[in-house]
Design a protein around this ligand. Sequence first.
Ligand SMILES: Cc1ncc(COP(=O)(O)O)c(C=O)c1O
Length: 369
Amino acid sequence: MVKALPYVQKIQPYIPGKPIKEVERELGIKECVKLASNENPIGPSLKVIKAIKDFLSIPSEVARYPEGSGYYLKNALCEMFAKKGIDLTHDEIILGNGSNELIDIAVRTYVAPGDEAVMANPSFIVYAMSITSQGGIAKEVPLKEWRHDLEGMLNEITDKTRIVFIANPNNPTGTINYKDEFDKFIRTLPEGILIIVDEAYYEYVTDKEYPDSLKYFKEGKDILILRTFSKAYGLASLRIGYGIAKKEIISEMNRIREPFNTNTIAQIAAEVALKDEKHLKKVLETNERGKKYLYKELEKIPNIKFLPTQTNFIYIVLPENTTSKEAFDFLLKEGVIVRPVGPRHIRVTIGLPKENREFIKAFKKYLGG
Ligand SMILES: Cc1ncc(COP(=O)(O)O)c(C=O)c1O
């Protein structure tokens, strides 16, 4: 039988959060709460839904290939950044079928078999999967006090290193690395290495010490900044994200990119979502309120630890005599889907008030409270 490449055989397939319908079917329950994949519980605004419907009502438009360059969405992105005083041109932006695809494109552009990439652990597992799928070597540096150990990561750099990944904020911990340490890291990193700063949760960050990664892009550093419409903009199902880098990097990545990698519906939805600042504000305010509620309730529960978050999810360390699998299974039976992310660690997405209450109720029951 035909066999996958040896390094492909090493990859552990990505296990997505359980879909609501599947859990409801398996357990015979209704109104299950999914807090497992850091999705936006509000979703996009009605303006976005209307734009999608309008597009779908014209068969001759549906029949056409998408705008390959993403011209209108790139225009909207340039406008949005201009409002913040940042000049961007279309050739400094790449659109992806989710930021996930952009991770893969960057890896395929810069990593050959035997090359190395440095990343944190635990962090977004797609980095290691993507590097391994290319025959590269993922060098994973344990977090230090739940944050990227940037000095430790620098120590792992060799002449084979091609990419360094920094998830800021980090998934699954929800923590960030701060301006000063980030600056020192970037200035110490040897030339010729691509820094990928994954800012999937950028919009949720409130900490004033959060680094301005675009500053390094403007300085001409070899940096690729990734953002997505899957989280704060509520478009995870449509798969659309973007990357910002100097035009030489974007042009190299464009050689690998499929001609029509992002679909028309996603482009239209993202463009409208970007312009709807009121809706984004509502999403962020709801998240802040949910966060405060969960902090307040979690603080009352003995023997657990949780990390303050800069995202739409919270990382919880369970009591010593428990396992995340056991917690996951218990909560699932109670109709709440969370994500086990370590032996005694779960990650819970901040949901709507009712969903947060359901989670707390089930979690207390699990811990015997
Ligand atoms: C840190 C991080 N990066 C990237 C992604 C992928 O997002 P997208 O839906 O844009 O592919 C996720 C999704 O969970 C994430 O947590």
